[in-house]
Ligand binder design. Structure first.
Ligand code: C5P
Length: 290
């Protein structure tokens, strides 16, 4: 019999808003955030091993195996369930890191879910979420797997369906480490929490492709990276209002039509050619909400 194999796509996320509402004694922050999935994906390949070894077959240059979130996810599941099986994992990386798109967390969540099936473990989604939060605050959302309002540090999830939205995503030539933003003294906390009523009104605003709420991490990132602030503020003055996802560095604009997003993409491309910002833009691309 051949070895069990599986190839799975791991999608990126956007935080459509992100409110920091508190700080826990362990340093983690309480949030209220609307997370959604987009069709920008890594692809993971799993092949079961019967000798119990867990190997990443295409190692990331410079990243020790113990820091690889995919390997850590597999080991966590193996240790907590006592299975004697192992796995070879390779990752085709597309989602950039340091962009606020959650690629590493999505890969980890996909690993937990795939091995739960391949190893025949049968943990429930809620049990996987409990394991996932040990790997990172965004991992539970990717296990939940649909647009959701997250509270707690990101592990309490409530489905919040949106109709299909296109996003214009701008990736500056800058990778931002998440802890740098969260540990900044200037981070505003205890900002007002949206109640259900406001969320319903917010939903109506999305129907008109407008922003609601905000990302509390954005002012911190813009203060720490002045060249990023120049780029985003100049775009805003030109009428292109982007919002940051997660702790950055990517920014996005939502659209309800493909024509709308494509037209704005061309206009922003033209603006970039004419204005040559000091912080260059690595990528300007359209993604679809899942
Ligand atoms: O959980 P994750 O590894 O994604 O988080 C990276 C860092 O971001 C944490 O070490 C913490 O400093 C900060 N963080 C936080 N509150 C959250 C999520 C992340 O303070 N809800």
């Amino acid at each position: 019999m051949g070895k069990a194999t599986l190839s799975v796509k791991a999608p990126a996320k956007l935080n459509l808003f992100l409110h920091v509402t508190g700080r826990r004694v362990n340093g983690y922050h309480e949030l209220q955030s609307l997370f959604t999935l987009i069709d920008l994906t890594d692809t993971l390949h799993f092949t079961v091993r019967d000798d119990g070894l867990i190997r990443r077959t295409n190692e990331i240059v410079g990243l020790p195996a113990q820091d690889d979130l995919v390997v850590r996810a597999a080991k966590l599941l193996q240790q907590s369930t006592g299975t004697s099986l192992g796995v070879d994992i390779s990752v085709e990386k597309v989602i950039p890191s340091g962009g606020g798109l959650g690629g590493g967390s999505s890969d980890a969540a996909t690993t937990l879910m795939s091995l739960n099936t391949l190893w025949g473990i049968g943990l429930s989604q809620q049990e996987l979420i409990k394991l996932g939060v040990q790997l990172g605050a965004d991992v539970p959302f990717f296990i939940f797997g649909q647009t959701a309002i997250a509270t707690g540090i990101g592990e309490q999830l409530k489905a919040f369906p949106l109709r299909p939205v296109y996003y214009l995503i701008l990736r500056p030539n800058l990778a931002i480490p998440t802890p740098l933003i969260f540990k900044d003294e200037g981070l505003v906390r205890n900002s007002p929490v949206l109640d259900d009523m406001v969320l319903r009104e917010g939903y109506a605003q999305w129907e008109q492709a407008k922003f609601f709420a905000r990302n509390d991490l954005e002012p911190v990132a813009l203060r720490l990276f002045p060249a990023l602030a120049n780029l985003i503020n100049d775009l805003k003055e030109a009428g292109f209002v982007f919002r940051m996802t997660g702790s950055g560095s990517c920014f996005f604009m939502p659209f309800l039509s493909l024509e709308g997003v494509e037209a704005t993409k061309q206009a922003v491309e033209q603006w970039l050619i004419e204005h040559k910002p000091s912080l260059s833009v690595e990528q300007l691309f359209v993604a679809k909400g899942l």
